[in-house]
Write a protein that binds this ligand. Structure first.
Ligand SMILES: NC(=O)c1ccc[n+]([C@@H]2O[C@H](COP(=O)([O-])OP(=O)(O)OC[C@H]3O[C@@H](n4cnc5c(N)ncnc54)[C@H](OP(=O)(O)O)[C@@H]3O)[C@@H](O)[C@H]2O)c1
Length: 303
């Protein structure tokens, strides 16, 4: 039985991993700021995401520590939210780095979430780990400082892996429900001019990649965690319409997205930035994707 610790494991991605690893018979511990859950669920351990505490003993002898902590970026980027988006990632990563360096038997592997949004808005060509262009602006700065905080920790007995994760398509959270609703209500056309790329990954491949990294002990460093065939927003929406047997979808121009984003407390960047990111290293290292094409991923998730 493997000992798996997931910091920030109470959210969308954490629940996917927790369910999978429990079904596989592994021992899973979740680090959460939620004191009530940590009192009621024996495998949930309280921490505050920034300071040391009794939680650090949960890392002793772990096979893997997976850090997913971070305030959701699906909010308005005002000063308060921006500060929390930074601190929830930097403080949690720093607290884990410090805890690892103080462990008697540190985790064998530390996987930290990062984001594929670190790359520049791209309509010209794909971004791989080695040839990609790093972007600029608030979200990119969050990603760079998050990665820098992770890289700052020297952990000689703990292998370190950063996952630059693309938009995860999953059954119980993320973008699936809002996109399905748009299509259902006849608004499933292109968003903006629809030419922007969307890099995506099926939840089963996120799990598969983490297992692949656990098994293949020479793997370390940065991995673009995205399916091999990103496609344009208008093609993504077309794939949703086809999978849901809905023949038409009104497009949403940029100005309407901007009004809608204010009304539902989000930012248009989340749909308008062109994320053209490819998993070069996973390909080179022989990971075989279960879902390469978005049509089969959507069909599977709608079943
Ligand atoms: N979902 C995606 O498509 C996607 C794509 C790329 C990157 N990512 C990154 O992957 C990570 C997990 O994503 P997710 O979709 O699972 O996010 P999520 O559902 O929002 O879960 C993130 C978890 O982080 C913890 N958290 C929130 N604010 C925190 C704070 N101030 N300090 C410490 N912990 C805090 C929360 O756990 P508690 O409340 O229990 O403490 C929460 O359950 C995030 O860092 C996200 O940026 C996600």
């Amino acid at each position: 039985m493997k000992k798996i610790v997931i910091a920030g494991g109470s959210g969308f991605l954490g629940r996917i991993l927790e369910n999978h690893f429990i079904m596989a018979g592994e021992q899973v511990t979740i680090l959460t700021r939620d004191r009530i859950s940590s009192r009621n669920k024996p495998s949930w351990v309280a921490w505050d995401g920034k300071n040391g505490g009794t939680w650090v003993t949960a890392l002793e002898g772990a096979d893997v520590l997976i850090n997913l902590s971070g305030k959701s970026v699906d909010c308005r980027y005002n000063a308060k939210n921006k500060a929390e988006i930074y601190s929830s990632r930097l403080d949690a990563t720093g607290a884990l780095g410090k805890a690892i360096t103080n462990c008697k038997t540190p985790p064998k592997l530390w996987i930290n979430a990062a984001s594929a949004t670190i790359y520049a808005h791209s309509l010209q060509g794909p971004n791989s780990e080695s040839t990609g262009t790093i972007g600029s602006g608030f979200s990119v700065d969050v990603c760079q400082r998050w990665e820098a905080e992770f890289n700052r920790w020297d952990t000689p007995d703990t292998r370190k892996v950063l996952l630059r994760i693309a938009i995860v398509l999953g059954r119980n959270g993320g973008v699936m429900l809002p996109l399905k609703n748009l299509v259902r209500f006849g608004l499933g056309g292109a968003q903006g001019d629809g030419t922007q790329y969307m890099s995506w990954i099926h939840e089963d491949d996120l799990v598969g990649i983490i297992e692949y990294i656990m098994e293949n002990q020479h793997l370390k460093g940065v991995f673009n965690t995205t399916a091999p065939f990103p496609l344009r927003n208008k093609e993504v929406m077309q794939a949703f319409r086809a999978s849901m047997n809905i023949g038409f979808g009104l497009p949403t121009p940029k100005w309407a997205l901007e009004i809608g984003a204010v009304l539902i407390n989000t930012e248009t960047e989340l749909v308008l930035k062109s994320r053209w990111v490819v998993p070069q290293r996973l390909h080179d290292e022989g990971y075989r994707f279960k879902y390469c094409h978005i049509e089969e991923a959507i069909r599977n998730l709608l079943e």
